[in-house]
Design a protein around this ligand. Structure first.
Ligand SMILES: CC(C)(COP(=O)(O)OP(=O)(O)OC[C@H]1O[C@@H](n2cnc3c(N)ncnc32)[C@H](O)[C@@H]1OP(=O)(O)O)[C@@H](O)C(=O)NCCC(=O)NCCS
Ligand SMILES: CC(=O)OC[C@H](N)C(=O)O
Length: 173
């Protein structure tokens, strides 16, 4: 249950985000479950596809690696390639695409890696096997095709750095 509710708290006051992410985490759990549970869960996966992808227009495939505390604001028109890796405490908004630059042979790793605490504005496109560093902010309407440094704020098409925040020092346990 904790896995399924891992985005609940950060989406306080955002019922749609909560419901979509709860549905996503449940789909992830069923997809990764042992065969009998997976087979039993297929009707749920079909429901996820129909409701979240077709009706709500939020393509967040259950295979996508997503860290805890994803914030999903508005959501409509969101398309995420399933090879994308998303860190913890990331914010995603509407009309955003995170994917590959071109359709490549199956298994080719070509989608972005998004670090922790990244805030992605509305109407953003992030393409290719690039890394968006932790703590970055991607301005609304940006098109990002190159790595983004940690703590950077980028805006525009093509995205350019307008600011870099000092990141807190990593601490040893
Ligand atoms: C990128 C962002 C985080 C920057 O915020 P900020 O640090 O307060 O930046 P400022 O407003 O001081 O702007 C700094 C410069 O960047 C420009 N800028 C800011 N956001 C921009 C954007 N999205 N696209 C292009 N230029 C942008 C400003 O015009 C300004 O340029 P100037 O220095 O030439 O005058 C913010 O503008 C943004 O786009 N947030 C996305 C949030 C979002 O999508 N909200 C929608 C809610 S549904
Ligand atoms: C459209 C808007 O301003 O939405 C605000 C919302 N909390 C967000 O950060 O996306």
């Amino acid at each position: 249950m904790r896995d399924i509710l891992q985005d609940w708290k950060v989406n306080t006051g955002n019922t749609k985000g909560r419901l979509v992410l709860l549905s996503f985490r449940l789909a992830q759990k069923i997809r990764r479950a042992p065969k009998p549970i997976f087979w039993l869960g297929i009707p749920y996966l079909v429901f996820y596809r129909l409701l979240i992808e077709w009706v709500l227009c939020i393509e967040l495939p259950w295979n996508t690696q997503v860290g805890p505390s994803l914030r999903l604001y508005h959501g409509m028109g969101l398309v995420v390639n399933d090879q994308t890796v998303i860190g913890r405490n990331v914010a995603l908004r509407h009309n955003t695409t995170i994917g590959v630059k071109e359709t490549l042979p199956f298994g080719t790793r070509a989608a972005p890696t998004i670090g922790d605490d990244v805030d992605i504005g509305a109407h953003v496109v992030i393409l290719g096997p690039i890394t968006v560093g932790s703590g970055a902010r991607i301005g609304a309407g940006s098109v990002v095709v190159k790595d983004v440094p940690e703590g950077a704020t980028v805006v525009g098409n093509p995205a350019r750095v307008i600011h870099i925040a000092t990141m807190p020092e990593a601490t040893c346990a």
